[in-house]
Structure formats: structure tokens, C-alpha cells
Design a protein around this ligand. Structure first.
Ligand code: CDP
Length: 239
């Protein structure tokens, strides 16, 4: 597969065209950003870890019947995937309250939620990714109808139902995570982007240690070791 010209550069990945119009290559960068790009750094090897973690998780989800954009991992930093029309909604799935949920609603950090909460944020850095309700999504034209929002919620819950026990088995609490979806060339909604410690929160079940990008957000250090641990635990129990 030939890597062609740059299509788009995001905060954590560069997207390239390929010689197949339906396929793109993502290059996972070592850059780290938080607080809507206000805090910036870089960690050598982070991109490769996220590529490998995402690859394993996309394969897992594929094997359970969840449609994803994943095609194959090409090398340490490159993933081949389907081209989709990205739905500009960040689908946030929460099992335990922390982060912005704690800040905005005053729910005590670490509270186990009575059921899995699925929320929509507008994928718009200029506006600071504000919360959306269904009506906002329709008014903004982010989806065609409410049925598509229901599809996003259903798929997000299915993904959580797979990942929550999967990580529990590895001694990690899947606290919350962000998903992005897109429409493929058939118009079907499929999972896109990445699933990595950059956009998931993992807490070690025994020690409570944070094993994700909060190590960077909160200046805790040890980010790479934590990401390596997540990958090791995923690979350790591969069937
Ligand atoms: O990071 P912050 O506390 O501001 O956001 P959050 O809404 O509490 O984040 C919920 C989950 O979504 C966390 O696992 C974040 O890593 C992830 N997220 C993300 O990956 N990208 C965003 N733009 C916002 C949240």
C-alpha cells in the first residue's frame, strides 16, 4: 500500500491518502496535547504504543462483530484503515465519574455510575468541544436523524460491554473513554479513530494508579511506562 500526500494533520495523528481511494493511512505521532491543545509535550514511542494498542482493540471488536475502520497495522507507527466521512461527534462513554463529569456536575470523583452514561460532545476545538443534546446534533446537521444518534449510543454500549470485562480481566478499570464514528462508502456507521490510553481512562484495580493520559494532564510522569503496561496486559492474555 503506497502512502501518498497528507490529507490532514491532527493533534495525535497524521492522515495520508493511499493508492486506493477507499483507504487511508494514519501515522501515530509521539505528540501529547491536553486542555484543548494548551498543554503540549512529546513522548518518544507513545505513537507506536497507541498504534499497537488500538490495533489489538480493533481486532477484538471486529472479532465480536463491531464494524470498524481498521484494516491492518503496517508498521510501528502506521495503520491502514477505511476512509470514512467522520461524524463530528465525540461519543463519551462513562462507567465511573471523573474528569469533566466531576467538574461540571459535582459528582464525587470515583463514583461508580448506576448505569453506563453515554454523552455526545461537539468535535470542535474552536468551541472547546461543548456538550450536545439530540436537538443540537440535528440542528447542526451532524447526523441525518435521531435514529443515527440511537445507532451511535447502541454501538457505544456494545463496545463498552466488550471492553469493560476485557480490561477487568487484566486488572484494569475502564473508567471512561471517547469514541469517534464515521460513515463508510456504503453509508454504514462504523467505528473510526483510535482506542488507546490517549482517549480512555484506565485505573489499576489493585492500586488505583492511573494508566492513561491523565498522567500527562496531571503532571504525574511515567506516561510511557503506563502505556507499555496497558499493551503488555493486552498482549499477555491474547488467546
Ligand atoms: O479530559 P477531560 O476531563 O476534560 O474530559 P472528559 O470529558 O472527562 O473525558 C472523558 C473521556 O473521554 C476520557 O477518557 C478522555 O480521555 C476522553 N476524551 C478524549 O479522548 N478526547 C476529548 N476531546 C475529550 C475526552
Amino acid at each position: 500500500m503506497e502512502k501518498r500526500e497528507l490529507l490532514y494533520e491532527g493533534k495525535a495523528k497524521r492522515l495520508f491518502y493511499t493508492d486506493d481511494k477507499d483507504l487511508l493511512i494514519s501515522e501515530f505521532k509521539d505528540d501529547l496535547t491536553a486542555f484543548n491543545g494548551e498543554k503540549k509535550s512529546s513522548e518518544a514511542g507513545k505513537g507506536a504504543l497507541n498504534n499497537k494498542i488500538s490495533t489489538e482493540l480493533f481486532k477484538l471488536l471486529d472479532s465480536k462483530g463491531v464494524p470498524t475502520h481498521f484494516v491492518e497495522m503496517l508498521d510501528d507507527n502506521h495503520m491502514l484503515h477505511k476512509k470514512v466521512d467522520v461524524i463530528m461527534i465525540e461519543v463519551i462513554v462513562r462507567n465511573i465519574a471523573t474528569g469533566s463529569l466531576t467538574r461540571t456536575l459535582g459528582i464525587k470523583d470515583g463514583t461508580v455510575l448506576p448505569f453506563t452514561l453515554v454523552e455526545f460532545d461537539f468535535k470542535n476545538d474552536d468551541l472547546g468541544d461543548p456538550k450536545l443534546n439530540d436537538q443540537h446534533c440535528i440542528i447542526l446537521g451532524l447526523v441525518d436523524d435521531v435514529a443515527e444518534l440511537d445507532t451511535l449510543r447502541k454501538m457505544a454500549r456494545e463496545i463498552n460491554d466488550i471492553l469493560l470485562p476485557y480490561f477487568a480481566d487484566k486488572g484494569l478499570n475502564l473508567v471512561d473513554f471517547k469514541l469517534e464514528f464515521g460513515k463508510d462508502s456504503n453509508g454504514d456507521i462504523i467505528l473510526a479513530d483510535e482506542i488507546s490510553p490517549d482517549n480512555c481512562r484506565f485505573w489499576d484495580m489493585e492500586t488505583g494508579e492511573k494508566m492513561d493520559k491523565d498522567r500527562f494532564r496531571q503532571g504525574l510522569g511515567g506516561l510511557k511506562v503506563a502505556y507499555e503496561q496497558v499493551l503488555e496486559r493486552i498482549l499477555g492474555s491474547k488467546q
